[in-house]
Design a protein around this ligand. Structure first.
Ligand code: ZN
Length: 190
């Protein structure tokens, strides 16, 4: 894995990389986190999420990203802490070894799309509030209570680290929750 040039990482193809996307990602060790490789992965994830390397016709904003989506099976996610569903300035931070330590009983329905699910979008039930713990990229412990849309992002991204994508969260007897959305409709869909 260390032979991978982090600057060359791209969003993986959901079909070609389905095995990786369906796998449980590895915990990042303290030593690894200090190293060049993981720091490079985080830099590249931030770069990809900022819109570099994407089709200009596709205006989808990245509000969250998980390392397996760029081909790295490690427990790293990006979360936009001020995202509210509208296109706006990003405020992305990296969380390493994220754990959702508490979840509200209250559930909320909301629309989700995913870079690793192509045109498939869906209405997914998520906890309204979560407590997120983990490390920031410098290894400092992070403890945050997040609600609504940001809580949704965190649940979606942590799921990626366990090989779970949002359609897996939609009950089989509720297929109407899944939708096909063309790229130019993404902004309106959200
Ligand atoms: Zn996703």
């Amino acid at each position: 894995m260390t032979e991978v040039k982090t600057a060359e990482l791209v969003m993986v193809d959901p079909i070609e990389s389905s095995e990786l996307l369906n796998s449980i990602a590895e915990t990042v060790s303290e030593v690894e986190l200090e190293g060049e490789f993981i720091q490079g992965v985080i830099d590249r994830m931030l770069e990809i999420a900022s819109g570099k390397g994407h089709d200009e016709k596709d205006s989808r904003q990245v509000v969250g990203l998980a390392a397996p989506q760029v081909g790295i099976s490690k427990r790293i996610i990006l979360v936009d802490l001020t995202a509210n569903g509208a296109n706006q300035e990003q405020n992305l931070i990296a969380i390493v070894n994220p754990v959702i330590s508490e979840k509200s009983r209250d559930l909320l329905d909301g629309r989700e799309g995913c870079w690793s699910c192509g045109n498939v979008c869906g209405n997914v039930q998520r906890c309204q509030k979560v407590t997120l713990e983990g490390l920031d990229r410098s290894g400092k412990a992070v403890h945050m209570i997040l609600e609504d849309f940001v809580a949704r992002i965190v649940q979606h991204e942590v799921d990626h680290l366990d090989g779970v994508r949002f359609p897996d969260r939609i009950p089989e007897d509720q297929p109407k929750r899944l939708h096909w959305v063309e790229h130019e409709q993404f902004n309106d869909y959200r």
